[in-house]
Ligand binder design. Structure first.
Ligand code: AQP
Length: 333
């Protein structure tokens, strides 16, 4: 029976990348009737120091964004990770299953730790093991994510396989990543070779879900591009990462393929394309940001939703953790 799990880190405000690469898919999967669990992964966020008040705010804001984008707390289980202790408990076991060599190969750790690796937190290094636990504590079969998480999902599969093999069981499923659509890797508006990210120091590099119409229009107007007109086919975007990014964003926001967008705009200049894209982005994002603002006025209700979601999540996680402990040889008395 399929079960979907995914999460987002409350490490800042949400971006258009998080929306197109993740949340939009979350909603589609919920609406297709599959059992879905969506988390605010606060334990992941603290792998890099977070101001406590901002962490609380960002956690609630992701919950508000989930609901504003169409997730329904009755149909999907929405909760913050730290309220379900089983994630961290299973992660410890996975710390003992995963190999140092596997984690050493993780490119996200290398990117985030930068040159000063000695100073990175141990949590940042072990992050993929906690992510594997997030998924496998529910025996989730499918995980919708952006392209950047592909390597971590491969590690999740390796951990599941090694656990099953080490203990001679067929217990953890080999999870399928779901990386689909035209916007699995939305790029920075300032640099076509960098991912759009909530922690990029430049606010002009990203569109935030909470940006107002003028800010969105300004960011798209100032987005880096080249001087050429748009090509009429996707092949013509091969060496033009910035142009490709804007076309892909347009395609994802209007539920079309990049070829369909180029069939309409091929031969036109960015001076025509950008205002159209800005209008489209405002049209799609402003209902989300105004609903988020409304929801954020009642944080008690958000906290209630998170608590109720955590109770439901625990019902699934607790028996799986108990069985894991039995398999490993831990006494539960
Ligand atoms: N630029 C992106 N394009 C497509 N998908 C993206 N995702 C993130 N950025 C893009 C997807 O959003 C989900 C949540 O990501 P996350 O918050 O857990 O962490 P991240 O991937 O590290 O995202 P950020 O925005 O770059 O956060 P920071 O700056 O804190 O590291 C994932 O499914 C991710 O693929």
């Amino acid at each position: 029976q399929p079960r979907v799990f995914s999460g987002i880190q409350p490490s800042g405000g949400l971006t258009l990348g998080n929306y197109l690469g993740a949340i939009k898919r979350f909603v589609q999967m919920q609406d297709s009737g599959i059992e879905t669990l969506y988390c605010m992964v606060d334990l992941h966020a603290i792998t890099v120091w977070q101001d406590p008040a901002k962490l609380r705010h960002a956690t609630r804001e992701i919950c508000a964004a989930y609901i504003a984008c169409g997730l329904d707390p009755e149909r999907s289980i929405l909760f913050n990770q730290s309220q379900v202790a089983e994630h961290a408990q299973l992660a410890w076991i996975f710390n003992c299953v995963a190999r140092m060599g596997w984690l050493n190969r993780m490119t996200q750790f290398k990117d985030k730790a930068g040159k000063n690796r000695e100073n990175a937190s141990v949590g940042l290094f072990a992050y993929p093991n906690l992510m594997a636990a997030d998924i496998l504590i529910y025996h989730a079969t499918h995980v919708p994510v952006g392209e950047d998480q592909k390597q971590h999902l491969e590690l999740t599969r390796d951990i599941a396989a090694k656990f099953n093999n080490d203990f001679g069981v067929d217990f953890f499923p080999i999870t399928e990543p779901v990386i689909e659509g035209t916007a699995t890797r939305v790029m920075s508006l300032r640099d076509g070779s960098a991912k759009m990210s909530k922690s990029d120091p430049s606010d002009m590099s990203r569109i935030n879900l909470t940006d107002d119409a003028d800010t969105i229009a300004k960011k798209i107007r100032k987005a880096r591009t080249d001087p050429e007109a748009l090509p009429s086919e996707v092949a013509g975007l091969a060496e033009r990462p910035e142009a490709r990014n804007l076309v892909n964003i347009c395609a994802a926001l209007s539920d079309r393929t990049a070829d369909e967008v180029l069939a309409e705009y091929g031969g036109r200049q960015f001076s025509e394309f950008k205002p159209m894209l800005a209008d489209l982005a405002v049209d799609r994002l402003s209902p989300i940001s105004s609903r988020m603002e409304e929801l954020m006025r009642d944080t008690t209700e958000i906290d209630r939703i998170l608590g109720a979601g955590a109770d439901r999540a625990r019902q699934i996680a607790a028996p799986i953790l108990k069985q894991t402990y039995d398999i490993v040889g831990m006494i539960r008395s």
